[in-house]
Design a protein around this ligand. Structure first.
Ligand code: ADP
Length: 186
């Protein structure tokens, strides 16, 4: 990358639980940190333990959750920080608001078929949802509105995490937000 100041962006990872949002977000964050780039990661699980711990999973609360996250991402991204947001964020309209409000918004649809997410069941949540112990679980008894024109589509059932991370990195490099991989020879 040239000596130009770092540009802020908002990398928005959306998809079902277990699709790979956190894994990919962590991968991009680690690479940016290793290069000394400014980065902040906002993740559904941690944000819901703090900033939005008063909220549940009704449509109204999910919208409020994303509204608050959007506000934080707006402040950071306009000040030159690369912001990585990993949230199921099932509602299209809330994501479109994030697109409008933040700087250099990039929508990443982290996609794997529901059966694959269920078989991964990283946190045991699908098993609980199927037993009826968790209500309003996205993909089981709550809707997910898939992105129509995401900047990046990742099919995580056909890629390794490293391949997915590399695909996102290549896009960010193309836009000039991070340096090209030296392995790419550019
Ligand atoms: P989410 O944050 O979307 O709920 P996680 O990142 O917590 O999902 O879990 C995704 C799981 O899927 C991890 O165990 C990860 O190793 C696995 N996985 C397999 N292939 C991929 C891929 N291409 N990208 C991301 N995760 C993948």
């Amino acid at each position: 990358m040239s000596q130009a100041p770092q540009q802020g962006f908002t990398l928005w990872l959306t998809g079902l639980s277990g699709a790979g949002k956190t894994t990919i977000g962590q991968g991009i964050e680690a690479r940016m940190k290793a290069l000394g780039l400014r980065v902040e990661r906002l993740d559904g699980d941690t944000v819901r333990q703090g900033l939005t711990r008063d909220l549940g999973f009704s449509k109204e609360d999910r919208d409020k959750n994303i509204e608050r996250v959007t506000y934080v991402a707006k402040l950071l991204s306009r000040n030159g920080v690369g912001v990585i947001c990993s949230f199921i964020s099932p509602y299209r309209q809330a994501r479109e608001t994030a697109r409008r409000e933040t700087t250099n918004f990039i929508e990443v649809y982290v996609h794997a078929p529901l059966e694959v997410c269920m078989s991964r069941d990283v946190k045991g949540l699908y098993a609980k949802a199927l037993r009826g112990e968790i209500k309003q679980f996205t993909g089981i008894d709550d809707p997910y509105e898939a992105p129509e024109r995401p900047e990046i589509l990742l099919m995580t059932d056909r890629q390794t995490p490293e391949q997915s991370i590399a695909q996102v990195w290549a896009y960010l490099a193309e836009r000039g937000f991070v340096p090209h991989d030296s392995a790419e020879g550019t």
